[in-house]
Write a protein of this length. Sequence first.
Length: 474
Amino acid sequence: MRKKALSALLAAILLLTILTGCNGDPVSAPVGGHVSSQGGSSTLPPDSSVLSQTSATPQIIGEDDGVRIIRFREESDECYIHVLYGAFKVKELDAMIKDEVYRRIDRFQQRRLTAMSETSRNDTYLTMQYEQARYDADTVTLAFESNEMRQGQFIHDSFAFCVNTSTGERKYLKDFVDFDGAKAFLVEQSARAVLKQYPQLEEGYVRDKIDANLKDTSDFIIEPDTLTLLFDADLFGMTQYGVTIRVPVSRVEIDTYLKEKKEAENSQGQTPQDPPAAPPADTPTPPAEGDKVVCLTFDDGPHATNTSVLLDLLGQYQAKATFFVVGNRAEKYGQVLSRAAAEGHAVGNHTYSHANLTKLSAGDKLGQVTSGAQAIENACGVSPKLIRPPYGARAPGETEIAGERVTLWDVDPQDWKYKDPQRVASHILSHVQSGSIVLLHDLYATSVEAAGIVLQELSAQGYRFVTVEELWGL
Ligand code: NI
């Protein structure tokens, strides 16, 4: 970060002044109660009478990298105000900045003058300073810190302006990054920085706070290689002198995140459900000699319309299939699931909410499996004998979970990825053998269409379509 040498010097002088002080009393280190910096901002309009009563006038005291440094100072027996701010010689921008700065001075004065007792007007100060960073020839950020002490209460406030000095426009995060795309990443980086600074805070609390407060219009400093997000420690209930939590994130990191995210989205097609990680394939069970059978299995449903269409198709070929359904969908689409069960199809468990069972504690894993089974039983009266763990993810060598037999597959046309019925059907037809278990998803109309092609072709070749339970003699 480019720091102003001058404003740093002024800040040092200022601090010295405070500590040796007005009223002859040293200002003690900030102590005591947390006061929200949000309240009372509208107590006075920008051109308040409080300010107009003061004899102090802002002075230009220098210039840094094209930005005028302006000082407003008021010292009396009752208070001390020392404010530095910048001006770009661009009318609208300067008015905007001055407005924000003076609004805080007015707020301070208002708080001070409405203090309960005369004595409390002592030990009262407001300091404001800023640092300046440049992004390019036209784009500059001024990041302010305001520190206020009143009645032993300390108020910290940080705010920043990023502006284009040519156009006079204010700039926001979305002008520099794909904010929506990168938000999750920025929240994560910010949460880490906050937790590093305040390890006593609860992780979920910090994430939620950041997620709710990080907006396109949030305070930040932009430099050519780095975006620095600024958070008031107040946001997390932490009050300390001069603390703004800074979260520097390199632009390269953000770009890398966005690129990887895009690649992941492309490779997953439109399905959020099953990622490409295929489990080790099951060996097809050899059927009785001369008998050609195949198991079509459909995961992730039921689906309100596609599953019905599929059941019609299966009926045309007297084919039986196996549905590995998600418990929370069974709750929603019980009717079509009942129909599947009534028509002789097998219904297996695919957990309650499509959880990766290998990432859960033993208790949570059991909960996912038993509540999935319960939802299925409630919906269609079938107590599942089979389970297909989502993503095929299971512990090494695991063949049974909560009494349900683990069912994988040996033919995977990746129908969630290739929404092309012909391509999906061709893959199946060229890989299937007697005793194969084929993985499909009835969430997709294209998969149901592919099933239609496969039913027709394999029927013509003399295959029978059976449930996995029948294949395994369960
Ligand atoms: Ni699945």
